[in-house]
Design a protein around this ligand. Sequence first.
Ligand SMILES: Cc1cc2nc3c(=O)[nH]c(=O)nc-3n(C[C@H](O)[C@H](O)[C@H](O)COP(=O)(O)O)c2cc1C
Length: 207
Amino acid sequence: MIGTRDSNDPKDLVRHIILTRRSVSALTEPGPSPEQLTTLLRAAVSVPDHGQLRPYRFVVVRGNGRDRFGDALAAAAAEQRSDLSPAVLEKVKRKAFVAPTLIALIASPRASANIPEWEQVAAASCTGYAILLTAHTLGLGAIWKTSPYSDGADLRSLLAMAPNERLLGWVNVGRPARPLDSEERPDIDLKAVAAVLDEKTILPFEL
Ligand SMILES: Cc1cc2nc3c(=O)[nH]c(=O)nc-3n(C[C@H](O)[C@H](O)[C@H](O)COP(=O)(O)O)c2cc1C
């Protein structure tokens, strides 16, 4: 069974954590403690990173900061779509308030580096997953969120983003509002996503 622990071996526990992590959208107070936040960010900066460039930045958004972040998200939406109604803009703003703490993920590629930009953005993307997994180990709920309108002048100014930086979204973190669903993750047919290359051909993955 997927996600079943075979023993008390810590390596089994790590595998169990990876296989049982789920995104949690319904989140309440409290957000992560300062120690937990530090652990989440330490996990984020432990991702594989070609050239050790640290091509990422994080902005923790909580408390009243959410109001400013929500306003900037709504301003980005209005900037890109002048036809959006005040009600829709309000809905965009509310995205900032669905969790006690948001960790904005910013890809910050180093232009001078010899590593292609896509690799740097890939490394920055790994930080989101590291935060999600680590939140799971801490008993916190977390989900990676984005907005179709996640670029705009106010947002860039608020997050002090350089022109080459890109907002990859943010991770909402908090206490799960409901007991977590213990439903099994659907078992994806690995043949649909994995193949094996031998000396002659490429074959669907099979045990
Ligand atoms: C780059 C990225 C952006 C995402 N944006 C959203 C989003 O805007 N809204 C949302 O509900 N989930 C978002 N998600 C989370 C996915 O919906 C979630 O991972 C997916 O439903 C699978 O659920 P699981 O994490 O429990 O496996 C995003 C995930 C990634 C990696």
